[in-house]
Design a protein around this ligand. Structure first.
Ligand code: SF4
Ligand code: SF4
Length: 209
């Protein structure tokens, strides 16, 4: 849960503007976090100028304020770094997923059209409904071509791209659009190697390579 200390809050609305899923509102000039769509990005903590926002997901007292002069990312303070060193982004409440994807395909890849499969359309509708459509888009695509066809090597023109799925990745803070037959990490084979591993009666591990 993310919470606002009403006594500290000065109603500047910075957190309201920065929340990527619009889960914060100002009520009587104080911020209120609904904790409904929140995916714990921590932006509201990072942006608040009076340290009014906190979370009970970890001990806030262990979080050392960021000091550029002293701060290094070593093993001891890596966790603190992850908790505290949040970027601050400004999202414009304008574009929805389909428009963003079409812009990438036509203006960057030089394709002519984007075809959205039924599953992708349903997922986009859900994303917009949940207010996640302000997140940036990450295109998952073959590395061999600007199109979604690995055989059309390099930078072909006048091609169409098919989006088969659109999946939110909240940890990373973006929406992944899966094109063509691309496989994303970890890219397990059809039969995972773990299925061939076992321990023999004498305690010897088998199936390792
Ligand atoms: S943690 Fe992120 S998603 Fe949750 S309320 Fe704060 S800014 Fe919004
Ligand atoms: S950023 Fe901090 S002070 Fe400003 S509205 Fe949000 S909680 Fe209140």
């Amino acid at each position: 849960m993310f919470n606002v200390n009403k006594e500290k809050c000065i109603g500047c609305s910075q957190c309201v503007k920065d929340c990527p899923v619009s889960d914060i509102s100002l009520v009587d000039n104080k911020a209120e976090i609904n904790n409904e769509r929140c995916f714990k990005c921590g932006h509201c903590i990072a942006i608040c100028p009076v340290e009014a926002v906190s979370t009970d997901d970890y001990n806030m007292e262990e979080v050392i304020p960021y000091d550029k002069a002293k701060f290094t990312v070593d093993a001891e303070n890596l966790l603190n770094f992850i908790k505290f060193r949040r970027s601050v982004r400004r999202f414009k409440n304008k574009e929805v997923e389909k428009e963003k994807i079409e812009k990438i395909v036509t203006e960057i890849y030089r394709g002519t059209k984007v075809n959205f499969e039924k599953k992708a359309k349903t997922q986009i509708a859900q994303i917009v409904k949940n207010g996640w459509d302000k997140l940036p888009i990450c295109m998952a695509k073959t590395q061999y071509s600007f199109s979604d066809n690995p055989n059309a090597l390099g930078a072909p023109e006048n091609f169409e791209i098919t989006i088969r799925e659109v999946v939110p990745k909240f940890g990373a803070g973006f929406i992944v659009a899966l094109t063509g037959d691309v496989m994303t990490m970890p890219g397990l084979p059809k039969r995972p190697a773990a299925l061939n591993m076992d321990v023999a009666a004498d305690g010897t591990a088998i199936g390792l390579f």
